[in-house]
Design a protein around this ligand. Structure first.
Ligand code: FMN
Length: 211
């Protein structure tokens, strides 16, 4: 593997203890968010939004709803990913308006595309929809994590929280979005023993079937 990538991916780990005094600069944070924004998604629909949280009081409330995990209060920022509970025709139209604007196209040009987007989404059951929107969101999370590693910014992906409480704290409980996953980002605390434990991964022969 390319040395820069391999050393970054071996350097990264799911950071448990962050240095609460070390903050990610605005320009680095923007670079992380831009990498996240550039993540691909099925049909291009990007059915997610993320809250970027530095506010201490909000983070104390979130921490209580996340089994008191220290990352929630001590990381520099939390990026909390929420997904659309249901992709609707209205949402598809708002996406298509963006397509028309950016690609300088006319409504008629995207009629077939709209049919395809509707066909691929609105008929899903609510379980299928939930799984589908979450999958798109996790790709964005992956982009954030890898970019953070390449930038030597620590991160911890986190699902260990109460979704209903998070939705309430973020004020989205009555909205079309719900929380799915977050990343705490910042810089590791020197006392974090997890930084040096060997990684446990299946070997490539176990993971990849070459045909
Ligand atoms: C989707 C997801 C959710 C996770 N949730 C948590 C969490 O809530 N708290 C935590 O400390 N680690 C969490 N982890 C970290 C994993 O435990 C960790 O990535 C895994 O053990 C591999 O270790 P490494 O990332 O240090 O290589 C999560 C990881 C992922 C990908």
């Amino acid at each position: 593997m390319n040395k820069i990538i391999s050393s970054a991916l071996n350097w990264r780990y799911a950071t448990k203890l962050f240095n609460p005094d070390k903050k990610v600069s605005n320009s680095d944070l923007n670079a992380l968010l831009e990498a996240t924004r550039l993540a691909p998604s099925s049909l291009g629909l990007q059915p997610w939004k993320a809250f970027v949280i530095s506010n201490k009081e909000v983070r104390q409330k979130l921490k209580a709803a996340a089994w008191n995990q220290p990352q929630v209060s001590d990381a520099s920022h939390l990026v909390i990913f929420t997904t659309l509970k249901r992709v609707t025709e209205t949402y598809i139209d708002s996406y298509l308006n963006k397509v028309l604007e950016i690609r300088n196209q006319k409504k008629e040009d995207v009629e077939g595309y709209k049919k395809m987007l509707l066909g691929g989404t609105v008929g899903k059951s609510s379980d299928e929809m939930k799984a589908w929107t979450a999958r798109q969101t996790y790709i964005a999370l992956g982009f954030l994590l890898e970019t953070a590693a390449l930038m030597k910014i620590d991160a911890c992906p986190m699902e260990g929280f109460d979704t209903a409480q998070f939705d309430k704290i973020l004020g989205i409980d009555a909205s079309e979005y719900t929380t799915v996953v977050m990343a705490a980002v910042g810089y590791r605390n020197d006392d974090d023993k997890y930084a040096t434990v060997p990684k446990v991964r299946f070997c490539k022969e176990e993971l990849f079937i070459q045909i």
